[in-house]
Design a protein around this ligand. Sequence first.
Ligand SMILES: Cc1cc2nc3c(=O)[nH]c(=O)nc-3n(C[C@H](O)[C@H](O)[C@H](O)COP(=O)(O)OP(=O)(O)OC[C@H]3O[C@@H](n4cnc5c(N)ncnc54)[C@H](O)[C@@H]3O)c2cc1C
Length: 275
Amino acid sequence: MHTFSYVKAKSLKEAGDMLAAHADAKLLAGGMTLIPTMKARLAQPSHLIDIAGIAELSGIDVKNGRLTIGAATRHVEVAKSAVVKKAIPTLAYLASQIGDPQVRNRGTIGGSLANNDPAADYPSAALSLNATIVTNKREIAADDFFQGIFTTALGAGEMIVKIVFPIPAKAAYEKFPHPASGFAMAGSFVSQDGKAVRVAITGAGPGVFRWKDAEAALGKKLAAASVENLNVDATDLNEDMHGTKEYRANLAKVMTKRAVAKLAGTAATSKSSGK
Ligand SMILES: Cc1cc2nc3c(=O)[nH]c(=O)nc-3n(C[C@H](O)[C@H](O)[C@H](O)COP(=O)(O)OP(=O)(O)OC[C@H]3O[C@@H](n4cnc5c(N)ncnc54)[C@H](O)[C@@H]3O)c2cc1C
């Protein structure tokens, strides 16, 4: 690892000021991605600004039909939260399926969204649930936030403060995890609010994306059979030693059908997604 300065920020303002003062600084949340990236010399920040202990960045709250989660809230806290389990149980389930206990004990929701790994779980929840990503500078709709592989709308000096999720009538998430890491080979987060259905696919492509053909079909009839004759376009999907584009396209469809089957069978929320 190269030499860098480590600073533990005590407040949101202090973290923001430090980020603005050092062009090559990076925020350190759970460190689950950033530290290995630095060890591999793929990132060489001049300063690490540790935001893990900042109270304003942590916590879970429900108000006016919206679930708000602080950016530095760890996966284990989301997975175990009674508030999340009541408001959007599928989100608690999703968090419980991330990586392994060590990763869930350190990794944060803000770090996951900022990193925007194409196989990460949270981006699919944020996109399907039409979440708002609140930063120290502005509010960004999930539809505008994710911009492709490891790329987001975050600008220089910008930090995620919290994520606001509208509480849907129903939601369900299904992923086919890579057996070594738990990252999604393909995952599908399906949510319904009123007539609107939003389907977000992760793992299959270079970034999370909405499967709009499925959304239209499921908006007419919320049943797994509604997507039977549809196919995810494989053209721009990922291809590697773990699977071809066509394999991932099929997997995305299968995960969507499984999520819809769960969702259609539940009364109010996606309680059946929790294990
Ligand atoms: C072995 C292993 C298995 C994993 N399996 C899964 C999995 O199954 N599913 C899954 O979704 N993820 C998985 N992950 C990823 C993990 O869950 C973390 O979410 C991810 O590493 C990033 O979160 P972090 O808090 O550790 O961020 P860090 O590593 O601290 O930071 C990551 C990046 O985000 C930036 N950042 C952090 N917080 C903020 C903020 N508030 N505002 C702006 N930028 C910020 C940092 O500067 C850095 O560039 C896995 C990781 C490992 C190591």
